[in-house]
Every structure is written in C-alpha cells, then in structure tokens.
Design a protein around this ligand. Structure first.
Ligand SMILES: [Fe+2]
Length: 275
C-alpha cells in the first residue's frame, strides 16, 4: 500500500463463517482463520449468514433443528473469538433461499442482526419467473429484502428491466466484491460493473466461504482512484450502508461509479469460477 491508500472500517453483511453448518467454514479452526483473514482485510463487523432454505419452514422439526445447530455454532465461534481477543463484532443472520411459497421471516435469526432487513437469494442461481412476486411477498410481510450477489443469477444480464423493477420496489442489491475480478466468470463481472455504473448497488460484501480471499480489500483498491467521489462511494458501499442495514436504518443512495475491471481471459476453464 502506498501512503495515499484509503482505508475504511468495513462491515461485511454476507459470510459463511459459522463452523460446520453449511458449505463455508467446516470447523472452528477454519472459522477462526476466516475471521483473521477478514480482520486483515479491514472488516470490523461481520454477519455470519449460513444458508437457510425457506422450504425448511414447512417442516417445523427440521427448522428447529437447524436453528439449534446455528445457535451452537454461533456460541462456539463468538466464545473462541472473544478468548482470542479478535477485534471484530460477529452478528447473526442467514442467507435465506426463496425456494418455497412460505416466506415467513418473522424469526429474528433469519434477518440481519435482527433488523427488518433479510439477506435473500433466488433458488438454483437463476432469475426465477416470479422473482418480482417473491420479493414483493417479503416487502408485504414488513421486511426488506437484500438480494444476495445480484450479479450471479443466470439470465440477469438480459433482464435489466426486471432488475430495475426490484431496485425501484425497494429491494437492496448486494454485489460480491470478487465478482469485479471475474471470480465467477465474465457475466457476473460485467453485471457487477454495470450495476455500480447505474448506482443501483447498496452494498458490497464478501460471501466469504472461508477459502481463498474475501476480495474486499482488492475491490476497495480497484475502485479507489484517489478521487473524493470514488472514496465516498466506497465508504457508502462497504461501511456506511452495511452499518445502516444492521442498525435498522435506511441506507443512502450510492452515486454511480465506473469501475475499470481487469480483463478476463475468456479461454480460462470455468473450473476456477467457484462458489
Ligand atoms: Fe452466500
């Protein structure tokens, strides 16, 4: 980093760092390593958002089991982080998959730090035919959906009018920092760039699965060109808006920003485009 490097205390609202509950950190050791990696990138407040499927709500025994597993994993992680004096606040949340007609988010553990905001994702990594209805159902129940990794759903680059409708509806659009580097392929990279250029993104997050890099610091360095405007955008995307969400406040509008993304070698096998 040069002397002009810009830093900001990052708040990351999307991670898979709860030990042994999903496809993220598999045990406490991996979870603590993940926390240290996030701290090194500048994260000071993080939400653990394990996957939770809406369809589980239709099977109450499974639902109870799942919450108990999350409770135990969270306690274990929070206790170990405090014993190791890690300087990071760990909040509760879930990444709620919209895979059933029942979209009951009244349980606070399903929402981001118990706020009215819920991190939601479409099923099967594609834009579903009734996406608008699903998001509207969340709004009508009194919650505000934060759409996880908006840029990653198949078909999203040919559905700009629909994305605009979600945005105008009041759905907050979250983008994964690593998408800007093409970690998930050329289409998500292009969509992430466009969403930022349109000023529709409310926040960047890592979606860190305790492997590789979270990409937050790299995204910060990519967007930061030393100009006041870019730094204001970064502050809003990575610090101010995630904080507002967790504090149950209304996020501020993010000014459009053009990000010059690294060119992808499109001959690279898709193997490296990981979850
Ligand atoms: Fe995720």
């Amino acid at each position: 980093m040069n002397k002009d490097s810009f830093t900001v205390p990052i708040t990351d609202i999307h991670t898979h760092i709860m030990p042994g509950v999903d496809d993220g950190a598999q045990n406490l050791g991996e979870a603590l390593t993940a926390l240290r990696v996030l701290i090194k990138e500048g994260v000071r407040r993080v939400v653990a958002t394990p996957h939770f499927q809406a369809s589980l709500l239709e099977r109450s025994a499974h639902e109870t089991d799942q919450f108990e597993r999350f409770d135990r994993a969270y306690e274990k992680l929070a206790t170990a982080a405090s014993e190791d004096s890690l300087e990071i606040t760990i909040e509760r949340g879930c990444e709620f998959k919209l895979d059933a007609p029942t979209l009951d988010l009244s349980e606070p553990r399903l929402r981001l730090a118990g706020s009215r905001y819920a991190l939601v994702e479409f099923a099967s990594f594609r834009v579903p035919p009734f996406a608008e209805n699903q998001l509207l159902a969340v709004h009508e129940a009194g919650w505000i959906p934060v759409l996880a990794h908006t840029e990653r759903y198949a078909g999203v680059s040919s559905a700009w009018n629909r994305v605009e409708e979600w945005f105008r509806q009041g759905t907050l659009l979250q983008v994964n920092a690593r998408s800007l580097f093409g970690s998930y392929g050329p289409e998500p990279q292009y969509v992430a760039q466009e969403l930022l250029r349109l000023g529709w993104v409310s926040c960047l997050a890592s979606d860190f699965h305790a492997r590789g890099r979270p990409g937050l610091l790299s995204a910060l360095n990519l967007i930061d060109r030393g100009g006041e405007e870019e730094r204001r955008v970064l502050r809003t995307l990575m610090s101010e808006n995630p904080e507002r969400i967790l504090n149950d406040e209304t996020p501020t509008m993010v000014p459009p920003v053009y990000v010059e993304v690294p060119e992808l070698d499109r001959r690279t096998p898709s193997r490296r485009w990981f979850r």
